[in-house]
Design a protein around this ligand. Structure first.
Ligand code: SF4
Ligand code: SF4
Length: 816
């Protein structure tokens, strides 16, 4: 409830406090440090008043009142610890425990359970109830991540309200009534939200248990480390809990400005891969055509010798940085520029061309009071889930309109306006929009340009979000934003990174023509990833160092990437897992994960955050900083060029370049406060590839018999951690292609058919699906799946064409 800036004064347990009008009594008590027990109440959700444990006495009110749903009033006198209140709490607890099993010794929640704690603090000590307890199923498989113990549920409905109010998905519900009430899904389907893990955390008892953590540890056994999720570019804060040096679970660590206290399941559950046998645990050297285990010093010596020789001939390149920490990205560009003497360094191993908006950088929190969110091609739920939660909330509150402009209609849980538009022509659309905004209407004859221009004109606060893949569109967007700003709109831009630390890598100088802090290099001669891969494929590069990147799978021109990795004379790869890129390597370094090192990362809004080390890496696994430091030393680089300690690297980085305010910035600026990006002064025009790299594709007129291929992002796709993590396996998308019904009819394809899509770099086999939201003449294919790499079909534009062949049902096996 809005306070209108007015405050009221009240007394709680004899202490005076002034709080904004409309504050709930439970929150006013919290302001005084007075604890009122709650179960159903959660500060991020509307009061429900279900459990009654928060009963308090309010003078001049005849009955006890629930503190979670009663708002303060001037002069109110509240007692939270009177005998009446204590008696009421004893009654509520006795009632809740009537049928609750006494599972505490084996319950995952034991030790951090509100029912256990309050029963001890406020409970009656013994129950008067002697009849047998009601029994309910104790192992209900609720979905891919959660097991429900129905006996333990106290029906507080935090989980169902989370699914309704926060995730806006409305699938988790209370089924049946009275003592038969159960938690389940509306239609009996598995509870498969991207945010499901949050319900296990907010469940005040041990009813919802996470499959990843179930029966693995007790809370008092756990060591905690404050970390930052790097599975996408949002940078949610979380805590890593470990036991005996092994990660047991991750847990939210609220940072209101970034994650608002939630994390998505991709971030929460991606750690099991660290303990898989497939993880790289030792350096490898190719001998007799096979990658074989080697000592670290030997791998360093071999790699350093070949890299130095290639560097002497100026025939060396470095790809990577977006999966490293800020310190390591800084070290990587130092290694390229100072140890190898080349500007051939590029973090861009994906279709993304840049990760920092040149102007009008917005903050995530700007989405909270945006009146219009303009999504250009990027897909929040699949690429930045917690960012998407903010959009969902803003739309659900009715204050924001979500407009999606792209080549197809994604499935979104909240109301959105769609403007279907070929992805290669967004720049033109934005220019026509600019014209229409400027002249109060357009002569384009496109009704949706006028409609969209009107929406923009009517919106006070506009946040645009894109994926940084189309430099022309990005420039056109900046021009449009500039115009809107001149007409007094507040504007901001967010670019969703292709990798967790894409923006940090860009700011740290992992691009060929910019030094750390976006400082342009005069007469920049460095090659982009595309240019390095072309040179390698043509035999013009002698050595390539790939660090924390898998261009074989992620580079949009897969044919080029595979040719380059196969043809380059010497390939060194540092990674955690045996990716397709690793399979081409001559020397492999086993790299530490984020949980096994410390440092900083920069999220998509340019906020640099520190993360702590949680566990030790396996014995022969080193951090990328340590690997680069050893390589530099073996190449006789100047002493101390690359320190292996993150603290030394950080101070070097901070002295050499001002990457801006370190750590978490809690002040929430208004969009209009942000004039330029918040650190450095990026001149990313120079970092953008040549426009001629962009291949124009006309979605309206596909080749006869062929279809335009549009890769679509999926949260659990990817060739790294997501591919190897057993906990994510149930959520992995199967390789599928979505056809428009007209195309399916023409090609005689039915839902579930196996089809082969054949394109410029080979073929992939996928399952056919059919939906109106696929544009006619195009096919939507899941991106970044090693089982069916769509980049066999696409080129550097990120799009491709394919002919479709229906396979007989009995054909199985890998595509060529
Ligand atoms: S499962 Fe947990 S969060 Fe959901 S209603 Fe039951 S006790 Fe509450
Ligand atoms: S939204 Fe991104 S950063 Fe946040 S928890 Fe999910 S994957 Fe991690």
């Amino acid at each position: 409830m809005s306070s209108n800036g007015r405050e009221v004064g009240l007394t709680i347990d004899g202490q005076s406090v002034r709080v904004p009008e409309g504050t709930l009594v439970v929150e006013a008590a919290k302001a005084l440090g007075t604890h009122v027990p709650v179960y159903c109440y959660h500060p991020k959700m509307a009061p429900a008043g279900l459990c009654r444990i928060c009963l308090v006495e309010i003078e001049k009110t005849p009955k006890l009142q629930i503190a979670c749903a009663t708002r303060v009033a001037d002069g109110m006198v509240v007692h939270t610890a009177s005998e009446n209140v204590a008696a009421a709490r004893r009654g509520v607890l006795e009632f809740l425990l009537l049928n609750h099993p006494l599972d505490c010794p084996i319950c995952d929640k034991g030790g951090e359970c509100d029912l256990q704690d309050y029963a001890m603090s406020y409970g009656p000590g013994a129950s008067r109830y002697t009849d047998p307890k009601l029994h309910k199923p104790k192992r209900v498989d609720l979905g891919p991540t959660i097991v429900l113990d129905e006996e333990r549920c106290i029906l507080c409905r935090r989980c169902t309200r989370f699914d309704d109010e926060i995730a806006q998905e409305r699938n988790l519900v209370v089924i049946d009534r009275g003592h038969r009430s159960l938690i389940g899904t509306r239609d009996g389907s598995p509870y498969a939200s991207y945010f499901s893990g949050n319900t296990t955390e907010i469940c005040p008892v041990g009813a919802l248990t996470s499959k990843a953590y179930r029966f693995r540890a007790r809370p008092w056994d756990l060591a905690h480390a404050d970390s930052v999720c790097t599975q996408c570019s949002v940078g949610c804060n979380y805590r890593i809990d470990s036991r005996f040096g092994r990660i047991m679970r991750t847990y939210t660590r609220e940072n209101q400005a970034i994650d608002d206290g939630w994390i998505c399941d991709r971030g929460r559950y991606t750690f099991g891969y660290l303990y898989e046998p497939s993880r790289l645990r030792s350096p490898l050297i190719r001998r007799d055509g096979e990658l074989r285990e080697a000592a670290f010093d030997e791998a360093v010596a071999v790699a350093a010798e070949r890299l130095a020789a290639a560097a002497a001939g100026k025939r060396v390149g470095v790809i990577g940085g977006g999966r490293l920490s800020d310190e390591e990205a800084f070290a990587l560009q130092l290694f390229a520029r100072r140890a190898l003497g080349t500007n051939n360094i590029d973090y861009r191993a994906h279709a993304q061309r840049f990760a920092s908006p040149a102007r009008f950088g917005a903050k995530l929190a700007d989405l909270d009071d945006a009146s219009l969110v303009l999504m250009l091609g990027a897909l929040g739920p699949e690429q930045a889930p917690i960012l998407d939660l903010r959009i969902r909330r803003a739309v659900a509150r009715g204050q924001a309109t979500l407009v999606y402009v792209g080549p197809y209609r994604p499935e979104l849980p909240v109301l959105a306006r769609f403007f279907e538009h070929p992805s290669t022509a967004v720049a033109g659309l934005l220019d026509r929009l600019l014209d229409a905004v400027h002249h109060g209407g357009s002569e384009s004859g496109e009704p949706f340009v006028d409609e969209l221009a009107q929406l923009l004109a009517d919106s006070e606060r506009i946040v645009a979000i894109h994926d940084g893949c189309d430099p022309l569109a990005a420039r056109a967007l900046e021009r449009l934003m500039e115009t809107l700003r001149r007409y007094d709109h507040q504007v901001g831009i967010l670019v969703i990174g292709s990798q967790g630390n894409a923006r940090g890598a860009e700011a740290a100088g992992c691009v060929p023509n910019l030094l750390p802090g976006y400082a342009p290099i005069a007469d920049a001669d460095g090659m982009t990833t595309a240019e390095m891969l072309t040179a390698a494929a043509d035999g013009k590069l002698e050595a390539l160092l790939v660090v924390g990147a898998n261009p074989a799978l992620t580079f949009p021109d897969g044919a080029l990437a595979r040719a380059a990795l196969a043809n380059v004379a010497f390939l060194v790869v540092s990674d955690q897992l045996p990716t397709e890129t690793v399979s081409h390597a001559d020397v492999v370094f086993a790299a530490a994960s984020f949980a096994e090192k410390r440092g900083h990362v920069t999220n998509l809004e340019g906020r640099r955050q520190a993360f702590a080390q949680s566990v030790e890496p396996p014995v022969r696994v080193l951090t990328d900083a340590q690997i680069l430091s050893a390589l530099a030393a073996a190449m006789n680089a100047p002493d101390g060029l690359i320190p292996s300690e993150p603290e030394t690297l950080f101070s070097k980085l901070s002295v050499e370049v001002d990457l801006g305010r370190p750590d978490i910035e809690l002040a929430r600026p208004k969009i209009s406060d942000i004039v330029e990006v918040d650190f450095g002064r990026p001149d990313i025009e120079l970092a953008r590839p040549k426009i001629s790299d962009i291949v124009e594709v006309d979605l309206g007129r596909p080749d006869a018999g062929g279809l335009i291929v549009i890769p679509i992002p999926k949260l659990y796709a990817g060739g790294g951690a997501a591919a190897f993590d057993p906990g994510l396996r149930p959520m992995r998308p199967v390789p599928f292609a979505l056809f428009h019904p007209d195309d399916a009819r023409r090609l005689e394809i039915s839902v579930g058919d196996r089809v082969s899509l054949e394109g410029r770099g080979g073929a992939i086999e996928v399952e056919a699906r059919i939906a109106e939201r696929a544009p006619s003449g195009a096919v939507l294919v899941v991106a970044n799946l090693p089982e069916a790499p769509v980049n066999r079909l696409t080129d550097q534009s990120g799009l491709g064409t394919a002919t479709v062949r229906k396979l007989p049902p009995d054909i199985v096996g890998d595509a060529p």
